[in-house]
Structures are given as structure tokens and as C-alpha cells.
Design a protein around this ligand. Structure first.
Ligand SMILES: Cc1ncc(COP(=O)(O)O)c(C=O)c1O
Length: 468
């Protein structure tokens, strides 16, 4: 049928007019009409072929249109797309078991499914608070007889440079300045800790002489926030994502694990961005050899279908055997999404994609390090696997950032670089306030990395000129 909407010009105009774009003032919204996607590339209606260097918000780890995933989805669609969790479906059951088995720790876990990272984070926070409540009731500690225990441990410790999602609870635990848009109507009970950000250490220390002062500070915070009687959990991204791709120093996560165990509070690890091979291991947590109490996964989990999960360790899950898990939503455990996820996990496991990501990551890391030497605007290059950032600065000596957190968003050199790469090189690049990201689909080839880094090398001249 030849309707106006079939015409690319018309559907992009229609989307521009009617779609509310995320995190944007709508007046400057100009979506590019897409004809099809394939591998790492977006083919536009105008005949351009654009490399998606942001892997569609870090969701498309396997690249677009992987035939095995599409086939698994087709086959599942013919059987069951969705039924409620009063019924069991093969993909939902298999995926819950698979996630329980492939995530760190005892496989005797339970999994709760949602459709956004934020929703899974909300579930993790609620479950941590319920768990602490159940624990107190079990110990016979009345919430009224001992007023200092009232109502039950509820505080969540998060960090400033963190993002856990845009809904009320998830945004409250995010330290990201986007939280300010919601204040003062945030969910109470969250305390933010300093970051494990060695390039700009909040304590002005240097690793390893610091002896992980940033982790020990959290120990002090827990004590001063009331210890186990008041604090339910610590939530962290194993490698900070949206706030600048910041891997922690070695030993940081194990130290945090020890601190949580000492206080008997839960450690929630949010792997929404880092899971499913992104960092060169199946989960980023595996680099640090720790076991979380609750793990959140999302983005690349569903491959092409929105699917996220909160995965509860046996210790947490068993507390809900007799007590209510007071949380839920429609479409939880969606069979079609679970079938896509299972196909995606199988490909990651059987086709060597995670090893490939690790190898390509090492190659990419070396090439990006060379850019840091060459360009006066590059302050730091950091990352792991295929999860890298180039932090831009105004002055290499003072490390003056490109933009302070409190500065109002404006058109910056980062925007200029992103525009240049899209216009001149057909590369769609993710950028934050502080720099540009290099997070290609995990199937990226060495030739594609050469092409990407050469283009970034040229684009960085824009930042060098601005800095100089
Ligand atoms: C670590 C982390 N957690 C949670 C979220 C929220 O995920 P969603 O956008 O699917 O709600 C994000 C999104 O970027 C994230 O990076």
C-alpha cells in the first residue's frame, strides 16, 4: 500500500512531529529515516551506510539482524508469545535457569524479569529492603519495640558517578546530575558515596598507595548511616557506564564485598550496560572475582527485544519462600523475549564472541592509547573489552574538565566531534559530557576498528584546536 507513511521523507517527518525523543528538547529533533539494519551498520533511506558505534544504546552486542536470533524469534512466535507466570513456557523456564547458572555464585537463584533496566533496578532495591525486613522479623526484632530499628533497614548506598535508570527509585539511586531534574521528589533513603575514579581521585590519592581509600570510605559511611540497623544495600555498576566508563582499581570490588559482608548488608551489582560480553567476559563482575547478592541485567540480554532481569542469590531468594515478594508487572517473563535472549546467550557461548570481544578490545585499547599520546585534548583513555571512553580535557596539566557537572548543557566540542563523524565519516558515536565513547557491537572486525580509530583520530583535531 502506498501511504504517505511508507515514504521515508514522510515517516521521518511524522516521527519528528509525534515522537517524544528521550532526554532532549524536542525542537531540534531530526531522526534519520532507516531502511534496514545489518551487522554493525544502519542503512538509511537516503542510501547512506552508518556504523553504529554505540551499539544501539549498548543493546546490540551481537550486531543487528543476527539470523539465528531472528529464527528463534520466528519459531517462538508461532508457539507462545506471552502468558502470565501462572503458566510455564519453555523459553522463560530455560532462561531463568540459564541466568541462574551463568551468573557468578551458587546457581540456586531466582530471576525476576522486566522490560527496562530501571524496572529491574527498582525490583532489586525493593527486594533488598524486603529482605532486610524479613530478616529482622525472623530474628524476632520488633520494629516498634526498638525505635532505632524502625521501620527496618532501608538505606541504599550508591555512588555519585552512577546511572541506574530514569524511573523514580532507579533515578534516586543514580548519582548522575539527571537526578536533579527529579529532586526533591526522589525516593528517600539513598546516600551517595565518592567514586572509584583514579584519574580524578576524590581523595587526591594515587593507586595503589591509596590502599583503596574510596572503598574504605564506604565502610565509614555505613557506620555513620546506622550500620546494619539502617542500611539495606550498596548498589554499584561494576564498571561505571553513563558517567564516563570508569573501571574500578583492582581490589576495589572485593573490598566492597568484604565491607558488605562485615555489615551484613546486600551488594547489588548493576550489569545492565556491562553484561553479555561487553567487557571481554560474560559479566564484568567476573573480572573482579566476586559474587553479588543481587545482579541486574538488561540491554543486550534480550538482543532485539526489551528484556531485563533482577537475579536474586539463593540467600535473598529463600527469604521470599514464606514471605511476599511484593512486586510485579505485566509482561514479566515474556516468552518471545526469553527465546530471543536464549538464542543470544547460545551465540555468545558457542560462536566465540566473548573471546573475540576481548581480543578486539585489546587491539582497540592499544590504538586508543596512541591517540592519547598524540592529541592535546585527550586527558584519559580507559576501558576494557569493547567498552572504552576518550575523556577530553581543556588542559592536560591541570586536567581541567571540558565541562563541570553543574554547567548547563550547551553545544560543546563533544557535540562537534559527534556531528563531524556522522556527517563526514558515517559513524554514529556515543558521547557524554566529558568525552566520546567507543562501544562497537562485539562482532566488530579489526578492519572496522582501524576505520573507526582513523576517523576518531581526524575528529580529535577539532578538540585539539579548541583546547589550544
Ligand atoms: C547501569 C545501568 N542501569 C540501568 C540503566 C537503565 O536501563 P533502561 O534505560 O533500560 O531503563 C542503564 C541505562 O543506561 C544503565 O546503564
Amino acid at each position: 500500500m502506498n501511504t504517505a507513511e511508507n515514504n521515508p521523507e514522510d515517516f521521518s517527518k511524522s516521527q519528528q512531529k509525534h515522537l517524544m525523543q528521550c532526554w532532549s528538547a524536542q525542537g531540534s529533533y531530526e531522526p534519520i529515516a532507516v531502511e534496514k539494519t545489518e551487522g554493525c551498520w544502519i542503512h538509511t533511506a537516503e542510501g547512506r551506510k552508518i556504523f553504529d558505534l554505540r551499539s544501539a544504546h549498548e543493546c546490540i552486542n551481537l550486531g543487528f539482524n543476527h539470523p539465528k536470533v531472528l529464527q528463534a524469534m520466528r519459531e517462538q512466535m508461532e508457539k507462545v508469545v506471552y502468558v502470565t507466570d501462572d503458566f510455564a513456557t519453555e523459553p522463560t523456564a530455560k532462561l531463568a535457569k540459564t541466568l541462574a547458572e551463568i551468573t557468578p555464585g551458587d546457581p540456586n537463584k531466582r530471576v525476576w524479569f522486566a522490560q527496562s533496566g530501571a524496572a529491574a533496578v527498582e525490583a532489586a532495591i525493593k527486594a533488598a529492603r524486603f529482605y532486610k525486613y524479613n530478616q529482622m522479623v525472623k530474628k524476632g526484632l520488633s520494629t516498634t519495640s526498638e525505635p532505632h530499628l524502625y521501620p527496618y533497614p532501608y538505606k541504599i548506598i550508591s555512588r555519585y558517578r552512577s546511572y541506574h535508570g530514569a524511573t523514580a527509585g532507579a533515578m534516586s539511586v543514580s548519582g548522575d546530575p539527571r537526578r536533579w531534574l527529579q529532586e526533591p521528589f526522589v525516593v528517600p533513603g539513598v546516600v551517595h558515596a565518592p567514586d572509584a575514579y583514579c584519574y580524578r581521585c576524590p581523595f587526591n590519592h594515587t593507586f595503589p598507595d591509596c590502599d583503596l581509600a574510596c572503598a574504605d570510605y564506604i565502610d565509614q559511611m555505613i557506620e555513620l548511616e546506622g550500620g546494619s540497623a539502617k542500611v539495606a544495600a550498596v548498589i554499584i555498576e561494576p564498571i561505571v557506564g553513563s558517567n564516563g566508563i570508569i573501571p574500578p582499581p583492582p581490589g576495589y570490588l572485593p573490598r566492597l564485598r568484604e565491607i558488605c559482608d562485615k555489615w551484613d548488608i546486600l551488594l547489588i551489582i548493576d550489569e545492565t550496560m556491562t553484561g553479555f560480553g561487553r567487557t571481554g567476559k560474560f559479566f564484568a563482575t567476573e573480572h573482579y572475582d566476586i559474587v553479588p547478592d543481587i545482579m541486574v541485567v538488561g540491554k543486550a540480554l534480550g538482543v532485539y527485544v526489551p528484556l531485563t532481569a533482577a537475579i536474586f542469590s539463593h540467600k535473598v531468594a529463600k527469604s521470599f519462600d514464606e514471605n511476599l515478594f511484593g512486586h510485579g508487572q505485566s509482561y514479566s517473563g515474556h516468552a518471545l523475549a526469553c527465546a530471543a535472549a536464549l538464542a543470544g546467550i547460545k551465540i555468545l557461548q558457542e560462536d566465540g564472541i566473548v573471546d573475540h570481544a576481548r581480543e578486539m578490545g585489546e587491539y582497540l585499547g592499544h590504538k586508543l592509547a596512541a591517540l592519547a599520546e598524540k592529541h592535546s585534548s585527550v586527558g584519559d583513555v580507559r576501558g576494557i573489552g569493547l567498552f572504552w571512553t576518550i575523556e577530553l580535557i581543556k588542559d592536560k596539566g591541570t586536567k581541567e574538565p571540558l565541562r563541570r557537572a553543574t554547567e548547563k548543557y550547551s553545544y560543546t566540542v563533544v557535540s562537534k566531534i559527534a556531528e563531524y563523524l556522522l556527517r563526514e565519516k558515517n559513524i554514529y558515536i556515543p558521547a557524554d559530557k566529558f568525552g566520546i565513547w567507543v562501544v562497537p557491537p562485539l562482532i566488530v572486525t579489526q578492519e572496522e576498528i582501524d576505520f573507526l580509530v582513523d576517523a576518531i583520530d581526524e575528529a580529535l583535531v577539532i578538540a585539539d584546536n579548541e583546547v589550544n
